[in-house]
Design a protein around this ligand. Structure first.
Ligand code: ATP
Length: 518
């Protein structure tokens, strides 16, 4: 790589032949997915980081420091990685061979790799600075929500729930798959939780390509690059350059998956054995899946979720590289797990959430609104302290405090919310838009009871209700997105359109995808 001594255009040409080809052909707009790599001046980056001030300091890694940079009059926020340049004269033989025979520093390597691959699950390259003397400045996308390592291990944060954990695992798997399926493939070699950063939409992105290698395993430069990685995540079979394959990344991903499941570090002397593999794999082999779950959150509601995750992780960390799955298979497995974790028995999920939020308080209230948005019914649904299912709570608890049910008003407790039917009675009950609000009761709300019946469903598939059913609690929004026909008395609402979002930002488990596919 010789881009440091070149002008911007030739730098891009060196870094990204595809982009250069497009330029030569006179196409101004490169294809979608090919991002133009910008060249920044040193002065520009000094100004954008307040002179690499302490205020803009984001963190320090083994290769240098990272700063937040505000560029383009505030339109672009990026992260600048500042690395001391390793001059060939001062480079040790290990360093000169660290990534490949031509690159002398991890940031050069990172530019070389990232200028060729772009993916929404990667921390992508924005640009670089070529005119600094002894430092290399790399400009990458800014990730405002820290790293997965922080999320999993910081005692001051509430640990992520299973939905988020599975989503992160699936996103990282996709990122690694994208690297492995590039042509030529990219092997990351440093997959670990501190290299997974969380973007503004709370999605996981894989970053830090300082050790990555691009090429086919039989390429000379890969064959001549000494093994590298992070202790605890490093494939034990990767002892010599010739041992490297994409399956080394699969091993590191397996360690990361075990870390995500258990919330413990890859190597932790507080456990016996300290290695997460030696600790978890025997438990997985004996089917003791609950034992490896992060104790702070317990097992997932659906036991098949932890079974699938654990078995997948155990397969990824097999000592024989050839027996490990390819990343494409890992992605497929995690897709299936994602669907399962998104569709737990709905009350179980609800119970866990509300019990966390409300703990020993009276749990929730059901409010039904009429077309004029007036509350026409408020029903208290009992407490979660005893962790009983809604179905098992005696009916008396509904009205004991919050409402007085009049004769003719019926509120039949359901064993699940899979089926929700409203029966229309009297002129007041032709609702235009009904909502169920699960939350704390507003004082002084006048309640008038329509007939609402919750009855047990055989499946979670269909919800009978008026046009729109939206359940809110402190922490929940259920939106079934039904039609809004005021003349319809019974509308089938599709659970495939059900979106549950949790207002609690610390948990932030907004389900972006439909819960159930029908
Ligand atoms: N794109 C980014 N956006 C926001 N913060 C970042 C970004 N890249 C890195 N950081 C922060 O800077 C810190 C240092 O990152 P860096 O990638 O240099 O090292 P690391 O991955 O923590 O360690 P190592 O270099 O040993 O792998 C990290 O803790 C991370 O929180």
């Amino acid at each position: 790589m010789g881009y440091l001594s070149c002008n911007a255009e030739s730098a891009i040409a060196t870094c990204d032949p595809y982009y250069w080809d497009l330029k030569k052909k006179g196409r101004n707009k490169p294809n979608k997915g090919v991002k133009k790599i910008r060249e920044f001046s040193f002065a520009e980056l000094v100004a954008a980081t307040g002179g690499f001030s302490a205020d803009s300091f984001l963190g320090k890694g083994s290769h240098g420091s990272v700063y937040k940079a505000v560029l383009d009059d505030g339109k672009l926020v990026a992260a600048v990685k500042k690395t001391k340049l390793l001059h060939p004269s001062t480079t040790t033989s290990f360093q000169s061979h660290r990534n490949n025979n031509n690159c002398t520093s991890p940031s050069e390597n990172e530019i070389e790799i990232l200028s060729r691959v772009h993916h929404p699950r990667l921390v992508n390259l924005v640009g670089f600075c070529a005119d600094s003397n002894d430092t290399k400045l790399l400009v990458v996308e800014y990730m405002p929500n820290g790293s997965l390592y922080d999320l999993l291990h910081s005692p001051s944060r509430s640990p992520p729930g299973w939905i988020r954990r599975v989503r992160f695992a699936a996103q990282i798997a996709k990122a690694v798959q994208a690297l492995h399926s590039a042509n030529p493939p990219v092997i990351h070699r440093d997959i670990k939780s501190s290299n997974v950063l969380i973007d503004e939409n709370r999605n996981a992105r894989l970053g830090d390509f300082g050790l990555a290698l691009r090429g086919h395993v039989e390429d000379v430069r890969i064959k001549c690059t000494p093994p590298a990685g992070t202790l605890g995540y490093l494939d034990p079979g990767y002892l010599a350059p010739g041992d490297l394959s994409a399956k080394s990344d699969v091993f590191s991903f397996g360690i990361l998956l075990l870390e995500i499941i258990s919330g413990r570090h890859a190597i932790d002397i507080n456990y016996s054995p300290p290695s997460v593999v030696d600790w978890a794999v025997p438990l997985i082999k004996h089917g003791e899946f609950a034992e490896i779950c992060d104790r702070r959150i317990g097992s997932p509601a659906d036991p098949s979720v932890i079974r699938q995750l654990a078995v997948l992780a155990a397969r990824c960390v097999r000592s024989s590289a050839t027996k490990r799955p390819a990343m494409s298979e890992v992605v497929e497995c995690l897709k299936i797990t994602s669907k399962k974790v998104h569709a737990p028995p709905i009350w179980n999920s609800l119970k866990r959430r509300v019990s966390r939020a409300e703990d020993s308080r009276p749990l929730m209230k059901l409010e039904v609104y009429d077309r004029s948005e007036e509350v026409v019914k408020v029903a208290k649904l009992g407490t979660m302290r005893n962790r009983r299912k809604v179905s098992s709570v005696p009916g008396a608890e509904y009205g004991s405090e919050a409402i007085g049910l009049s004769v003719g008003d019926r509120m039949v407790r359901s064993k699940s919310v899979g089926y929700f039917r409203e029966t229309k009675v009297g002129p007041d009950s032709s609702f235009g838009a009904n909502r169920c609000l699960l939350g704390r009761r507003k004082p002084g709300v006048a309640v008038k009871m329509p007939v609402v019946r919750l009855s047990k469903s055989r499946s979670m598939g269909v919800l009978h209700s008026p046009r729109l059913l939206q359940c809110k609690s402190r922490g929940f929004v259920f939106d079934f997105g039904g039609n809004n026909n005021p003349h319809s008395t019974s509308t089938e609402l599709d659970f495939s359109k059900l979106v549950i979002s949790f207002d609690d930002k610390s948990e932030n488990e907004t389900l972006e995808k439909p819960l159930f596919s029908m």
